[in-house]
Design a protein around this ligand. Structure first.
Ligand code: ZN
Length: 234
């Protein structure tokens, strides 16, 4: 039966050549000159334009919880929308190209946005090692990579997640919230010292995770923080 594998490989190659690639946002066939997200979606995605408004909804969500230079989200997230498809592809379908692509798109915007343009290094919100093992990748790291490439600055997995919050029971939630900051630790404080750190995550909801990470980073000498997320949800 060992002829099966070569035949299977052959068929795989054959379909990779001729089977159309689909847009991660609207699921239609991509043309040869399109990658990951089709041209139509790139025009129609619900861009927030938060980067040009210091008093935007992401900034207001985080205001007063920790000091920051700037905060913004790239897209509005609504259930059943193209943005939900993108996030689903990125988080649950191993489509890491979605993260890199959105990072590159947003990086082109942020590199010329006044406050964001002074960022020195990009740091993604980390996953707990158990979750990382299960998923196989950190979706926010791919967003960070795309941003870093377009903004021509470095990125680093400088944070560690010590507690897997989702595996905790309901009973421990109150205690957990009190010590939210201690869920994270800084892996390499030296590379963040005196830097303007752009902390990035996928979807901003309560902002508790971003806040906890930011407070840890701000314990390091001379650090300043800005925040960028792929999507904002009410
Ligand atoms: Zn599309």
């Amino acid at each position: 039966m060992n002829f099966i594998r070569p035949v299977f490989n052959y068929l795989n190659d054959f379909f990779a050549l001729f089977y159309p690639q689909l847009c991660a946002s609207c699921n239609t066939n991509l043309y040869n000159n399109e990658t990951v997200i089709c041209t139509s979606c790139r025009y129609r995605l619900p861009y927030t334009q938060f980067h040009s408004d210091p008093d935007n909804r992401t900034a207001r969500q985080l205001a007063g919880r920790f000091p920051f230079e700037a905060a913004a989200s790239f897209l509005y997230f609504h259930k059943g929308s193209r943005v939900q498809n993108l996030i689903h592809q990125l988080k649950y379908n191993s489509n890491t190209d979605v993260g890199t692509t959105l990072g590159e798109m947003y990086g082109q915007v942020l590199r010329s946005a006044e406050k964001f343009s002074t960022a020195d290094i990009i740091v993604p919100v980390p996953l707990h090692p158990a979750k990382l093992k299960k998923r196989g990748y950190n979706q926010s790291e791919y967003f960070a990579r795309g941003l870093a490439s377009a903004m021509e600055i470095s990125h680093a997995n400088a944070l560690m997640r010590l507690v897997n919050t989702q595996s905790q029971t309901r009973k421990s939630r109150y205690v957990r919230y009190e010590n939210m900051k201690d869920i994270f630790s800084v892996r390499s404080p030296d590379i963040l010292e005196n830097k303007h750190v752009l902390l990035v995550d996928d979807v901003l909801t309560s902002g508790a995770t971003v806040e906890a990470c930011a407070l840890k980073i701000l314990e390091i000498t001379g650090t300043r923080i800005s925040i960028a997320t792929i999507a904002f949800t009410d």
